[in-house]
Design a protein around this ligand. Structure first.
Ligand code: HEC
Ligand code: HEC
Length: 378
């Protein structure tokens, strides 16, 4: 027993260091990659005694770090009354997001498609789920989700909690294995201590979902150069970016990409993917509402941190930011094939130098994220 306690002590220490690291304001490019995910699962040797321990005998955890300050450009994200944000839930959710023990087959964590160094997006156009089935949509950023009024590209989920549960079951193949996975976490003393501290109970489906959601709610990125410029620091951005902002407004981009998130959180048809034969099209918002008018509509993606999240659009079909800007400036994609193209879309002819200015503005929207690295897993 004493030997195992020593191991727990080390794990707790590693945890302190990991949690300490994340506070470093890393300027966008965090060092976290898929590499922080391979801690393996608990051995049977320590599994048996852990689950049997009385909650009061669980290892003592280092104090949870204070909640990150809300981004300077916005207020704190709204709370979910059913899941108030606490430092203890966030510390736990941070670990869970990176832990492949959450997968039905132990093969992939949430972070497998949402990498910190890619603005917490995937970097690939499309990714395979656990079990091998391909996604048909691009894995988007996890930054500033707390401000979204509807989740997923088609807005079919109302809360982060509902989305996390669906992602855990669908992407990580955890459907009908939730209890088994919770038991595996309870078998790891440090995890079990985390659940008791955050929720006053063992891990179960609801607490795993709540901890992940609490973490995502404080995963924000504010204080972009453009925010500092708007607050009066005229040296914060290049002249190109300032001209780019004027173009962004005059070209009508801000009609849908409205500040401060640079999204109106509404759904628009801009023609992406409409070259596919009708039976192979992704109908987007229409899948949720069943309204014909919503065919091919997608949630306007926020443009904060957009420079980090290539490839672009709901299907990841456009590789670079320049090419994505070109599609938008053309007034949308597959013009002529789309009968419900958004009326706010218009063709705007810009010179190459002006397109660069537009890009410089979008690049100035890259903020400072609250978390940039992988934690050390128990
Ligand atoms: C295999 C890749 C993959 C993995 C693993 C994955 N996701 Fe995702 N995630 C996606 C894709 C693809 C979407 C977009 C789906 C859509 O909009 O229909 C997405 C969307 C989301 C969204 C909605 C974002 C928005 O802008 O509305 C959240 C929240 C999310 N994922 C959380 C998670 C969590 C939590 C986990 C782990 C339990 C996870 N994801 C694991 C691929 C993945
Ligand atoms: C009618 C509303 C609307 C207007 C106007 C608009 N956009 Fe968009 N934008 C969207 C929607 C909706 C998407 C997502 C489409 C999809 O994924 O199929 C999008 C996607 C993008 C993307 C890709 C983001 C990502 O994360 O994939 C960029 C970049 C972009 N728009 C820039 C611009 C620029 C620059 C302008 C002005 C020239 C502009 N948009 C005008 C609605 C609009």
């Amino acid at each position: 027993m004493r030997r195992i306690a020593g191991v727990w002590g080390l794990a707790a220490l590693a945890l302190t260091l990991g949690v300490g690291c994340k506070r470093k304001q890393g300027g966008g490019g965090g060092s976290g990659t898929g590499s922080g995910t391979g801690a393996g699962s608990a051995t049977t040797a320590d599994a048996a005694p852990a689950a049997a321990l009385k909650p009061t005998d669980l290892p003592e955890l280092p104090a949870a770090a204070a909640l990150p300050a809300p981004p300077v450009f916005l207020n704190a994200p709204p709370e979910n009354a059913d899941n108030p944000t606490t430092p203890e839930k966030v510390a736990l959710g941070y670990l869970l997001f990176f832990d492949k023990r959450l997968a039905g087959d132990g093969s992939m964590p949430c972070e497998g498609c949402h990498h910190p160094d890619k603005g917490w997006s995937s970097g690939a156009a499309l990714d395979a789920k656990v079990g091998g089935a391909m996604n048909k949509r691009n894995a988007p950023t996890m930054l500033n989700l707390g401000y979204h009024t509807a989740l997923y590209w088609d807005g079919r989920k109302p809360t982060i909690e509902a989305t996390v549960e669906a992602a855990w079951q669908g992407q990580l193949g955890a459907k009908d294995k939730e209890a088994e996975i919770a038991a595996a976490l309870n078998a790891v003393p440090v995890y079990r201590a985390h659940f008791w501290r955050a929720f006053g109970q063992d891990a179960d489906q609801a607490t795993i979902v709540k901890a992940l959601a609490a973490f995502l709610r404080v995963l924000t990125a504010g204080d972009a150069p453009w925010d500092r410029y708007e607050k009066g620091d005229k040296a914060a951005v290049s002249e190109d970016a300032v001209k780019g902002f004027e173009l962004f407004r005059s070209a009508g981009c801000a009609a849908c990409h409205t500040p401060p998130l640079y999204s109106d959180m509404m759904f628009h048809q801009v023609g992406i993917g409409w070259d596919r034969p009708e039976d192979r099209r992704d109908h987007g918002r229409k899948d949720k509402t069943e309204a014909r008018a919503d065919d091919g509509k997608w949630k306007t993606p926020p443009l904060r941190n957009v420079a980090l999240t290539a490839p672009y659009f709901h299907d990841g079909s456009v590789a670079t930011l320049d090419a994505a800007i070109d599609v938008m400036l053309a007034g949308g994609a597959n013009l002529g094939k789309v009968d419900n193209l958004d009326e706010k879309m218009e063709e705007v002819a810009l010179k190459p130098a002006e397109k660069q200015q537009l890009r410089a503005f979008l690049e100035a929207l890259t903020g400072t994220p609250t978390f940039t690295t992988a934690p050390t897993l128990p």
